[in-house]
Design a protein around this ligand. Structure first.
Ligand SMILES: NC(=O)c1ccc[n+]([C@@H]2O[C@H](COP(=O)([O-])OP(=O)(O)OC[C@H]3O[C@@H](n4cnc5c(N)ncnc54)[C@H](O)[C@@H]3O)[C@@H](O)[C@H]2O)c1
Ligand SMILES: N[C@H](CO)Cc1c[nH]c[nH+]1
Ligand SMILES: [Zn+2]
Length: 433
């Protein structure tokens, strides 16, 4: 059974704080193993990649087999059914259209002093996308990572995907092709991240690495950060549903289970102002868990981390939601737009009973790579912005330098940086000659 909290309980604050602080992720200490793997890939390049691929993915390869050839991709893509291809194409088109609107604009203006100022956006030159290939492999995540990169204008986009025992997921290859990925390597784990960051004889290094993965992948991303950029370390999925009594309890139960089925550590929370509705949803979840294919995973998540919170009104619901800062927030209430105005911290908001979160996982358009573990308080989901960087521009005229240069001279002096000040002074003297 999930925990049941009511804001009317005397110890509500303690219980809610415990819910917020519950540690869900089992984070094994893999950092020392990962450090060794990265060092080995840096030292031995392809030879290390081949050894680790043989060891962890049970695949003996030669260096010229590390990358998928165009013919191999063709053969795998041909295995995808027409129905699945059409669905991926719908998803790709919608994700692309959404992300094209995110492209930021350059700015240039002249201020009061006569200085010309501005900024310019440019894409990162090369990006690498890690696609998990062990227990879970999501073609939708390939689209969600690769399409923003290509929309941003990333010149070279490489994918690494482990293929344990030589088995590749044809849908992953098709998603990569639809997104315009340039290179695909059959490698995984920390060694793949190291290869993308530092390069080997076969894998050219990239500037930014994105994509989810297991503890080894996450630790490797943390370690290479600085040498390359990374997106985020996404934790187990979360959903918070705020629903009033005028909902179908079974729909809400399924929405809660849709994220619970990802992972035993996933978290699904219902906030409602109706005790009777809360009971109906709990009963509907139990009923669905009798037959759901992934009932073992979803059941464990619901039992260990699920929660139902009874509130007095929707204002209270909004305030609690902000404290949870959920990855996904569904607002199944009469006026979801009005309620959403009261929400500040959420990775993605799904407005109204006709918007199940799963639409956002696949075909809505917005990205499904979102901040977890309350990090929506300070970060956002993956976007085109993750693949561009901003260069600032400043152009002085003699008049502008005369207007603002003296302040720079004063500040340079106060920081005891003489050359800084003199570089301005020399120019101002020239103007006075
Ligand atoms: N948030 C999302 O959008 C999203 C999407 C897909 C998957 N995921 C998550 O990604 C993860 C995928 O994990 P996975 O394991 O299935 O695939 P993975 O590709 O992340 O990891 C497989 C690799 O781990 C390495 N590895 C395994 N055991 C090792 C060991 N003992 N020592 C060193 N390296 C070892 C191997 O190199 C192997 O190729 C899951 O946690 C899943 O929940 C998240
Ligand atoms: N809900 C996941 C992110 O939290 C993403 C995903 C992929 N496929 C289905 N769902
Ligand atoms: Zn999902």
């Amino acid at each position: 059974m999930p925990v049941f909290l009511s804001t009317r309980d005397a110890d509500f604050e303690d219980q809610f704080t415990a819910l917020l602080g519950a540690k869900r992720e089992d984070s094994p200490d893999v950092d020392h193993i990962v450090a060794e793997i990265i060092a080995d890939v840096r030292a031995r390049g392809d030879a290390a990649l081949l050894d680790y691929t043989a060891k962890f993915d049970r695949m003996v390869l030669s260096a010229d087999q590390l990358a998928f050839t165009a013919e191999e991709i063709d053969a795998l893509v041909a295995q995808v059914s027409d129905e699945e291809r059409a669905a991926l194409e719908v998803a790709a088109a919608r994700i692309r259209a959404y992300h094209e609107r995110q492209m930021p604009e350059d700015q240039r203006w002249v201020d009061d002093s006569g200085a010309e100022l501005g900024w310019r956006w440019t894409p990162v030159s090369a990006a690498g996308l890690y696609v998990p290939g062990g227990l879970a492999s999501y073609p939708s995540s390939v689209l969600m990572n690769a399409i923003p990169a290509k929309v941003a204008g990333v010149g070279r986009l490489a994918i690494t995907v482990p293929t344990p025992d030589g088995i590749a997921n044809p849908l992953v290859l098709l998603a990569a092709r639809l997104a315009g990925v340039d290179e695909i390597y059959r490698i995984g784990g920390a060694q793949a991240v190291a290869a993308l960051a530092y390069g080997t004889e076969t894998v050219r290094p990239v500037d930014k690495i994105t994509g989810p993965g297991n503890a080894f992948v996450a630790a490797a991303k943390r370690r290479v950060f600085g040498k390359v950029g990374i997106d985020m370390i996404a934790g187990p999925s979360e959903i918070l549903v705020i629903a009033d009594k005028d909902n179908d309890a079974d729909w809400i139960a399924l929405d809660l289970l849709s994220q619970a089925e990802h992972d035993e550590s996933a978290q699904s929370i219902l906030i409602t102002d109706s005790e009777a509705f809360a009971s109906d949803v709990v009963a509907a979840v139990e009923k669905r868990l009798e037959t759901l294919e992934r009932r073992a995973i979803a059941g464990a998540s619901w039992r260990d981390f699920g929660a139902v919170v009874l509130v007095e009104d929707m204002d209270q619901a909004a305030a609690l939601s902000d404290r949870i800062a959920p990855e996904h927030l569904e607002l199944c209430v009469a006026d979801p737009d009005a309620l959403s105005e009261k929400i500040t911290h959420a990775g993605a908001i799904f407005l109204g009973a006709w918007t199940p979160e799963a639409i956002g996982d696949y075909v809505g358009g917005p990205n499904h790579v979102l901040p977890t573990a309350r990090s929506a308080r300070f970060s956002s989901g993956l976007s085109v912005m993750d693949f561009v960087k901003r260069t600032t521009l400043a152009k002085m005229t003699p008049a502008a330098l005369r207007a603002i240069g003296p302040s720079a001279e004063v500040l340079a002096k106060s920081e005891s940086l003489e050359a800084h000040g003199l570089s301005v002074t020399a120019r101002l003297q020239k103007l006075n000659d």
